[in-house]
Design a protein around this ligand. Structure first.
Ligand code: HEC
Length: 150
């Protein structure tokens, strides 16, 4: 089963709504860069809120964590369409394009980890959330190390 199908099965209603967005075309490279940076910003915002709970800096509210994890899972599917040919730039390293298969694999790792995080979050099991959060964070770092300017 392809990743897209797994993600769609798990997140069907919200994700189907965004599937139209997922075929977005960009007039200019700057538009693509802005789009992907915006998606990362929105995803990181929700991810950061879960981080605070995981670290014990914010109290655990099951519904809030569930909402934020759903946002992370959904938004994690979006940035990749904005890394097409001719959209080099921003803080993306040239390796995104020269080692595109590796970049794609790294993006799929995140999307799968985000689905697991969302599953854990919907269950409300804080220990499972912590574990899945750590695994997801490792996929962010792994990709940034190789593909994003410091
Ligand atoms: C497959 C690679 C990859 C993964 C996985 C990934 N990122 Fe990124 N991220 C990038 C790249 C490349 C950029 C630079 C984009 C640009 O400037 O054009 C970036 C940029 C960002 C930015 C800066 C956005 C801006 O406004 O410039 C944030 C914040 C961010 N990522 C957060 C995250 C978080 C949080 C995760 C994990 C939940 C994550 N990223 C996972 C590749 C990745």
């Amino acid at each position: 089963m392809k990743l897209k199908h797994i993600v769609l099965t798990v997140l069907a209603p919200t994700l189907l709504a965004s599937a139209g967005v997922a075929s977005a075309q960009f007039q200019k490279p700057e538009d693509a860069i802005k789009y992907r940076q915006s998606a990362f910003t929105v995803m990181a915002n929700s991810f950061g809120k879960i981080n605070a709970v995981v670290k014990g800096e914010a109290s655990f509210n099951k519904d809030d964590v569930a909402k934020n994890a759903a946002v992370v899972a959904m938004i994690s599917t979006l940035p990749w369409q904005a890394f097409g040919p001719g959209t080099e730039g921003g803080n993306a390293l040239p390796a995104v394009w020269s080692e595109n298969a590796k970049f794609k694999a790294a993006s799929e790792k995140l999307q799968l980890a985000a689905v697991n995080l969302n599953t854990a979050a919907q269950s409300g099991d804080l220990e499972a959330i912590k574990k899945a959060f750590g695994a997801t964070g490792a996929t962010c770092k792994g990709c940034h190390d190789d593909f994003k300017k410091k």
